[in-house]
Design a protein around this ligand. Sequence first.
Ligand code: AMP
Ligand code: MG
Length: 353
Amino acid sequence: METILIKAEKEQQCVKLAGECLKKGGLVAFPTETVYGLGADALNEEAASKIYKAKGRPSDNPLIIHIADMESLEKIVKEVPQKARVLAQRFWPGPLTMIMPKKEIVPLSTTGGLETVAVRMPNHPLALHIIKAGGGYIAAPSANTSGRPSPTLAKHVEEDMNGKIDMIVDGGITGGEIGIESTIVDMSVEPPMILRPGFISKEMLEECIGPVAMDETLMCVPKDKTPKAPGMKYKHYAPKAEMQIVEGEIHKVCDSINKFTANWLEKGKKVGIIATDETKNCYEKGMVKTIGSREDDRTIARNLYAVLREFDEEDVDVIYSESFSQGSMGNAIMNRLLKAAAHRVITVGEKEE
Ligand code: AMP
Ligand code: MG
């Protein structure tokens, strides 16, 4: 299959072509304010199942349906709980996905066999236009091969999806603001429960609707428990190299990474280091990339996936990353980083607050 690439500047043409393609059951990757999504008509069983094939995604990992207005929500969920209305009013369009009991019209192939459906309204004008033009209900997981870092540039989508999908809409870097996937909250339980941390933090949700729980498996994986969002149990966001997170007092972290790096270099291996503006000059050897300032969790979140992919391009064998748990996006960043590192964490000295 030939994959057509269109620049988002030609907005009308983009929306028209993407809409037609989606309505015919095709696959279109488009930018959102979080990462690039791989869209298909969510109510068309066959179209939705093509997403799984293109991504190599396990079929029990449900898709998020993207909508462009509130009326669309009423058509696909049995009932909109009052708390969901409050959150929609406050955070939609935006990086918040809510799970509710589904109506019959939503095929089980979209929900991975579940009786609930995940819904989000993205805060990106072009995405909203494409969703509308495509029929109003677009399943759109991140447009990467399953298990790889999510795409924040059209070239990342091309790397993974060229020849496998109909169209890529190139809107430049996504997440001018955000750059990691939406916060997912299960509204079908009481209290509502966060199944994936994101830009919208627990505190922000609680300010609007009172107590919110957090799936306890998100930041660590206890051996006897599986995460509640099926997708969170898979290895994900991972670069090709083996990655390790080094946490602790920052100068000890730098010293340790320098020692580890020297050891690998002696063995002829290529080493990548994920550093920050504050620490980049502390590293003596290896390929050092800064992810932004420690003071700026938003920038760190926005750069995370691109840095992981850059190290793939450089063919490094091992990656060491500092730990970034501070700021309101700290949980979301560490959730992705821990998965990318398959939970390999080395603690040196005292743990950093
Ligand atoms: P992605 O589309 O790659 O951003 O991933 C979507 C995430 O939403 C995965 O982790 C899914 O497991 C999760 N998800 C989607 N629908 C549901 C649902 N009905 N119940 C629980 N988790 C869901
Ligand atoms: Mg994904």
